[in-house]
Write a protein of this length. Sequence first.
Length: 202
Amino acid sequence: MNPFIMLKEYYSLRKNLYKSRDQLLDLQRKRITSMVRQAYENSAYYRKIFDDVEFHPDDLIRDFNSFQLIPILSKEELRKIDISNFISKKYNNIDKLINYPTSGSTGVPYYIYKSKKDSTKNDLAHIRSYLYNNWGIFSKLVSIGGDIEVREPSIFQRLGILPIKYLSINQPISDIVQQVQKSDFNILKGYTDDLRLMSKYI
């Protein structure tokens, strides 16, 4: 993403923090409607699902509550879907997408696919939250999680912005605590249960 566009996107995200509840609800409705339309027009899976329940994205314009007609997709159902029918037809080459694994807490991780543009927006949203909480953009993070969650450095991390050191949760708690104590960091990230276990050990 062009640096100017990234800066513009960041300030757009930042402005949302100061909008009123009504403004945020209006923005939410517009973005959900846009997202649902994208799914209907570009995903073979969602077009079939919507057609089966006689739902069309235009229904949201007439009555936003019609959103409730969309069936809830479970993780079990998601695993059975042919990914080529699920992702947008705009990205017919899945290798051009960035995959993000879930934690695998249910036994088997699932991969979420994002374009480079969407991945950058996700990073900008994280940067916004850190700055909003008065952490500097060069704060160092230690992230505790499953081995599957280790990711390649983002464009921002390669520039020294919010660099992350990953520690595997798949080792004795004493080893994790020792590695944390030896690490130079400002922010510690992890799942609530993992951090609670560490605090009890300490």
